[in-house]
Every structure is written in structure tokens, then in C-alpha cells.
Design a protein around this ligand. Structure first.
Ligand SMILES: [Zn+2]
Length: 100
């Protein structure tokens, strides 16, 4: 179970790195090719720029969903770690006498 959880963490980190690299490389392509020698209606560079802009729009939606999931898991982790002292308390641990 620990190995499975570790592999899942590695896959999530790899997915985040891939999405970040896609953002960076797409933006670099758009920036470096913004002032190209455009041939007009059937320009391949303009078509690539348009495709990358659509990809970035779609990935930004995925990024928002991933960030929402990250913050949800972070807040639940903080809530559990704050209340950890109350989770495992039993009358035996608290040394409560119940023979009254
Ligand atoms: Zn062009």
C-alpha cells in the first residue's frame, strides 16, 4: 500500500511538471514567433500560435481544477493535524475512572 501511494505521488508530480513545461514552452513559442514574417491566410506559424492559445486556455481550466483539489487536500490535512490530539483520546488514555 505504501509503494502504491508513493507511485501515485510520483505520477502526480510528473503530471504537474508536464503541465508546467507545456505552459512554459508554449508561451516561449508564442513570444518568440509573435513577430514572424507572416505569409497571410495559410501561415503555419499563425496556425500553431492559434493552436497553442487554445491549448493554454484548456490547460488553465485543468490547472484551476488541480489547484482547487490541492487546496482542498491541504485544508483537510491542516484540519486533521490540528485535531489529531483529540482523535485518539480514550477514557483509558485520559485515565478517567468510570466506576462511580
Ligand atoms: Zn503568420
Amino acid at each position: 500500500m505504501n509503494i502504491k501511494h508513493s507511485n501515485t505521488k510520483k505520477l502526480i508530480v510528473l503530471l504537474i511538471i508536464c503541465i508546467a513545461m507545456t505552459f512554459i514552452l508554449s508561451e516561449l513559442f508564442i513570444i518568440t514567433h509573435a513577430a514572424h514574417d507572416c505569409i497571410g491566410e495559410h501561415c503555419y506559424v499563425c496556425a500553431q500560435i492559434h493552436t497553442l492559445e487554445n491549448l493554454l486556455k484548456q490547460l488553465s481550466i485543468v490547472g484551476i481544477i488541480i489547484m482547487a483539489g490541492f487546496f482542498k487536500s491541504l485544508t483537510s490535512f491542516v484540519f486533521i493535524s490540528r485535531n489529531k490530539s483529540y482523535v485518539n483520546m480514550t477514557p483509558i488514555i485520559l485515565k478517567v475512572r468510570m466506576n462511580n
